[in-house]
Design a protein around this ligand. Structure first.
Ligand SMILES: Cc1cc2nc3c(=O)[nH]c(=O)nc-3n(C[C@H](O)[C@H](O)[C@H](O)COP(=O)(O)O)c2cc1C
Length: 232
């Protein structure tokens, strides 16, 4: 038996983007209609995709990360009912239970540190600096050192209540499926612009949540993925 949901109990629907201070200065990303990259045939990305763990020291561009953020969590529409959002990726009930964070080591024009994707306006928010980030991230993934050394590392957090609000105990299966879709989209988007990535599920949960200063009753890291140019 599936219990009565908060939606059925007429509880207000949740936010589909975590709040941030109003006065925050957001960084403009390249809008999707201006992308010059990513025009390679889809079948080429399907055929070349694999997990890539060796990255060069080269910097990524703002267009690269704009492209990857758009392909994985780009926001297309808030539902008229307000009860969900449509993105470039599907999500159970359009509930879209993730936030995307980036640890930036080498991206042209961006200082190093932790950022959050503000998908509702396709912008980037600087969260904080992380001292010795390459070393620190490498340690937090049980010494998979290549992860910390990547030019940029994607982190997805889940906010389960967005999906639980409607689906109660069924939500967790849906969130797992949604996350797989987001991650595969990153793999394909990377292949399309000659970048490499790998899903990283093996990390120190509590320490990473603490580093990101998450309120873990509501939100916690669920997967990460380093991204970089790879040697052909
Ligand atoms: C959910 C998930 C978690 C993963 N975690 C790690 C990880 O912590 N470290 C790693 O090196 N690879 C990780 N991988 C990558 C797998 O090892 C890889 O996909 C698998 O070996 C198949 O290789 P391929 O992706 O090149 O086809 C993970 C993959 C998935 C889907």
């Amino acid at each position: 038996m599936v219990p009565e949901s908060d939606e059925q109990k007429k509880v207000d629907f949740p936010l589909y983007q975590q709040p941030y201070p109003e006065e925050t200065l957001l960084i403009d990303l390249v809008p999707p209609e201006e992308f010059k990259i990513g025009k390679s045939p889809f079948i080429d990305s399907v055929n070349t995709r694999k997990s890539r763990r060796k990255y060069t020291d080269e910097y990524l561009t703002l267009e690269d990360i704009s492209f990857l953020l758009w392909c994985t969590q780009g926001l297309k529409e808030v539902l008229r009912s307000g009860r969900g959002v449509r993105r470039t990726v599907p999500s159970s009930g359009a509930k879209s239970p993730f936030e995307t964070y980036l640890v930036v080591n080498r991206v042209e024009g961006l200082e190093t540190g932790l950022y959050r994707y503000i998908s509702f306006s396709h912008k980037l928010m600087f969260v904080k600096q992380i001292e010795n980030s390459e070393e620190k991230i490498g340690t937090l993934v049980y010494n998979q050192k290549f992860v910390g050394k990547a030019p940029v590392i994607f982190f997805w957090t889940a906010i389960p209540y967005r999906t639980e609000w409607r689906y109660t105990i069924l939500a967790h299966k849906f969130i797992a499926i949604d996350l797989g879709i987001v991650c595969q989209s990153l793999y394909m988007a990377c292949e399309a612009i000659n970048l490499g990535t790998v899903a990283i599920g093996y990390y120190e949960q509590n320490k990473l949540d603490k580093l990101f200063e998450l309120n873990t009753a509501d939100e916690f890291v669920v997967l990460l993925a380093p991204v970089g140019k790879y040697e052909a």
